[in-house]
Write a protein that binds this ligand. Structure first.
Ligand SMILES: Cc1cc2nc3c(=O)[nH]c(=O)nc-3n(C[C@H](O)[C@H](O)[C@H](O)COP(=O)(O)O)c2cc1C
Ligand SMILES: CCCCCCC(=O)C(=O)O
Length: 389
């Protein structure tokens, strides 16, 4: 029998009999405020912030909230199984941790603690290329657990090649290429505090440890760290890239390639033509295009365009198990979550990230069961109604 993630619920109640209550709230929307009180406005502002006046982030939430679940009754749900296959890999649940850069602003153990939490819960960890920890160290912390690598597609081809070689050698099985960040967006919350973590003594050890990156520096990183950061900022992504450039990645990566940040159905068709394996329907959690379409509103059209030719994943605004349910019902195979686990990390390290994963999946398990589903594979658009007001 598959694991019932919902058992976490009674674990919490039973622990309560000895006076113990969870260290973190089980309504994950409360984490941001707690994190801000604990960690201060700079780092949490960077994590919580979004592009422009925040309308894309709000639209992400509104698009999920507007869709309502239509539960079905009297369907045997006593045995449930949340497992799904994603990119040819069996996963215990339709969830992965999204790539989030420079996690050392949240916790000294940064990506290593988050990756350990993912491994402990059997959820894939997607490591950001802008991580504060070299990818080899993260891989070592994960043993043989499922790990995927997110690539910012650098201007310098040798840096990209070096990252791909390192990721392959470190056992990352899939490549997530982020397309929505050829430039850093206009982010007022960070601008008003003049806070960009990379320039606050944090750096990104993943780049700074890379031989091809270091070859482009006039002085070693420790002699001129700000110059190293500005070199990173200037080359981490490339606004000149176009679809034919994907050929280089296809030639240099043997495993699945997923394009992150696709919102238009024509881009999904282009992904198919370019030999890609999947897309993440995402607007980067509202952090890139101010005024963008909500990710959940874009999802059905991308799913339709992809047919069975691409694995379609989803992120942006997921805060609860019922949000995951809705994304799956709209056609996503699995969902990524970003900010909630970054706050969990900031508040309680590896345990905080595990708490976030377990809350999301317990709530998903219960929402499925209470709505008449034994697992994610039977969900479809008929399980949702859309509020029109
Ligand atoms: C602080 C922060 C840093 C991020 N860094 C990256 C990154 O390095 N690479 C990337 O592809 N996406 C990055 N993202 C975007 C996430 O992968 C994801 O798309 C987004 O967080 C999903 O929205 P959510 O936070 O509402 O779950 C970052 C997001 C946040 C909040
Ligand atoms: C200037 C470097 C930007 C890295 C972007 C990290 C990210 O994806 C995000 O903040 O969002």
């Amino acid at each position: 029998m598959a694991k019932h993630w919902a058992d976490f619920q009674y674990e919490i109640y039973l622990n309560g009999m000895t006076g113990a209550v969870p260290r973190l709230p089980t309504d994950l929307t409360r984490l941001e405020e707690m994190a801000e009180q604990r960690l201060g406005p700079g780092p949490v502002g960077y994590v919580a912030g979004s592009a422009g006046n925040g309308s894309t982030a709000r639209a992400n939430r509104a698009a999920l909230d507007r869709r309502r679940i239509v539960p079905r009754m009297l369907r045997d749900v006593h045995e449930r199984d949340l497992s799904v296959e994603v990119l040819g890999r069996p996963l215990p649940a339709p969830l992965a941790l999204a790539p989030v850069g420079v996690l050392s602003i949240m916790h000294p153990e940064a990506e290593t603690a988050a990756a350990r939490a993912a491994a402990a819960q059997g959820v894939p960890f997607i490591l950001s290329s802008a991580s504060s920890t070299p990818m080899e160290q993260v891989a070592e912390a994960m043993g043989d657990a499922e790990r995927w690598f997110q690539l910012y597609w650098a201007k310098d081809r040798e840096v990209t090649r070096s990252f791909l070689d390192r990721a392959k050698a470190a056992g990352f099985s899939a490549l997530f290429v982020t397309l929505d960040t050829p430039l850093l967006a206009w982010r007022p919350r960070d601008l008003d505090q003049a806070y960009l973590p990379f320039l606050h003594g944090v750096g990104t050890a993943n780049y700074f440890s890379d031989p091809a990156f270091r070859a482009g520096l006039a002085k070693p990183v420790h002699e001129d760290p700000n110059a190293a950061v500005m070199h990173f900022v200037g080359m981490f992504a490339d606004p000149a890239k176009t679809w034919p450039d994907l050929e280089f990645l296809r030639e240099n990566w043997d495993g699945p390639i997923v394009l992150k940040g696709v919102l238009h159905p024509d881009d999904a068709r282009r992904a198919v033509n370019a030999g890609m394996d999947g897309v993440v329907v995402s607007n980067h959690g509202g952090r890139q295009v101010a005024g963008s379409v909500a990710a959940a509103d874009a999802l059905p059209r991308v799913v339709e365009a992809a047919g069975d030719r691409l694995t379609v994943l989803f992120d942006s605004g997921v805060r609860s198990g019922d949000d995951i349910y809705k994304a799956l019902a709209l056609g996503a195979r699995a969902v990524l979550v970003g900010r909630p686990y970054a706050y969990g990390l900031g508040l309680d390290g590896q345990a905080g990230v595990e708490h976030v994963i377990r809350c999301l999946l317990a709530e998903l398990d219960l929402t499925l069961a209470l709505s008449g589903h034994s697992g994610p594979t039977t969900l479809g658009p008929d399980d949702l109604a859309e509020e029109t007001v």
